[in-house]
Design a protein around this ligand. Structure first.
Ligand SMILES: Nc1nc2c(ncn2[C@@H]2O[C@H](COP(=O)(O)OP(=O)(O)OP(=O)(O)O)[C@@H](O)[C@H]2O)c(=O)[nH]1
Length: 351
């Protein structure tokens, strides 16, 4: 029996995984049927909503499965394996499976799961693609706080071994069969060279590295790698597993929650409030959708660190509840009450 190739896409919060998946689905050969497993935070389903809205024939909405507990590595037995079994049991056959992990997921347990007898005979990992955010790395966002105030040291220690962020990112890099250095448009060439040199120090020898803007990577490089990565897991060590053992994947270092704002004052107010909240509370990632007064379309909001962007992604549907819902992700301790209070400042004064 030919095994179904599976591409695992990992990479830190906001690096551009969903953007890359979007590109992959849009450019996959016509007639190929792709199943997509999306692992994200909370029940808002932001990534699935963005991808489902694209209407690509290669991946229909019914072929997308969402695992919303934020950490696919913690729920291999309870969620991932049953999800795979259900996909494999469907009467329609898939040509390829794509898994987008959440930005905080450790990829190693997921890769190891491909050796579980429940699925091993039917699927294999085609390749692990790790998306890196060139601008976040250049800004030293994986370095320690101490390094953050020291520009020179920040350049040299983009991947600090001692921070939870640094460790997690190194785990994501060490499993890669291909590293995509995304957001190349946000940094100059000299900085990009520096970022790449730092990344290569953490990658396994021989692994390819591609620069990209908005996840635009040649589809031939993404699909058909034929790596069988699950057979090579011993060569892809995990800091987290080595230090904390196989059994604990609680990700105590990070927290996430969702908030709803019934009605916002204006788009500008909302974005200003979000930006200020992120700065005041060191929020790592914030995303969601907003209803702004006078707009017939939904406002998609994306914030990666202090960089906040927003665009109207589609008209509101008839009967759809028009409100503002955001997912907030950050390092522990995340002061949920204070962050909620701060974001609620965007609520309409009359509300
Ligand atoms: N300037 C620039 N922005 C980008 C690029 N790629 C992605 N983005 C933006 O970065 C933000 C995050 O992109 P996503 O694709 O959602 O990132 P992600 O890795 O899926 O995020 P999580 O799933 O939340 O971890 C969005 O606003 C994207 O439009 C790029 O190459 N250049």
């Amino acid at each position: 029996m030919t095994k179904i190739p599976t591409t695992v896409i990992t990479g830190f919060l906001g690096a551009g995984k969903t953007t890359l998946v979007r590109h992959l689905l849009a450019h996959a050969p016509k007639g190929k049927r792709i199943a997509l497993i999306i692992n994200e935070f909370g029940d808002l389903g932001v990534d699935k909503d963005i991808l489902a809205g694209c209407g690509d024939e290669t991946c229909r909405e019914e072929d997308m499965v969402e695992l919303s507990n934020g950490c696919i590595c913690c729920t291999v037995a309870d969620e991932f394996i049953p999800t795979m079994q259900a996909l494999l049991a469907r009467p329609e056959k898939f040509d390829h499976i794509v898994i987008e992990t959440s930005g905080l997921a450790l990829p190693q347990p997921l890769i190891r799961a491909f050796n579980w007898p429940e699925i091993k005979a039917q699927v294999t990992i085609d390749g692990v693609v790790t998306v890196a955010d060139a601008s976040a790395l250049a800004e030293g966002r994986f370095a320690s706080d101490e390094a953050a105030v020291d520009a020179q040291r920040r350049q040299d220690e983009m991947l600090d071994h001692e921070t939870p962020l640094g460790e997690l990112f190194e785990d994501q890099l060490s499993v890669a069969d291909l590293v995509v250095v995304n957001k190349a448009d946000l940094v100059d060439d000299a900085t990009l060279d520096k970022v790449e040199a730092n990344l290569r120090a953490e990658m396994r020898p021989g692994v390819g590295l591609i620069r990209a803007r908005n996840g635009h990577v040649d589809i031939a490089a993404l699909l058909g790698m034929g790596m069988g990565s699950e057979d090579d897991i011993a060569n892809r060590p995990s800091h987290h597993e080595l230090e904390h053992g196989d059994q604990t994947h609680e990700h105590d270092d990070f927290d996430s929650f969702s908030i709803r704002i019934p009605s916002v004052n204006s788009k500008d107010d909302l974005l200003a409030v979000i930006e200020q909240t992120i700065r005041d509370h060191d929020v790592l990632r914030l995303k969601g959708f907003a209803a702004v007064p006078g707009a017939a379309a939904r406002l998609a909001i994306q914030a990666v660190g202090p960089r906040v962007t927003a665009y109207f992604d589609r008209p509101w549907k008839d009967g759809e509840i028009r409100d503002t819902a955001l997912v907030v992700i950050g390092e522990q301790p995340l002061d949920r009450a204070a962050i909620t209070q701060s974001l609620q400042k965007a609520a309409a004064l009359a509300a």
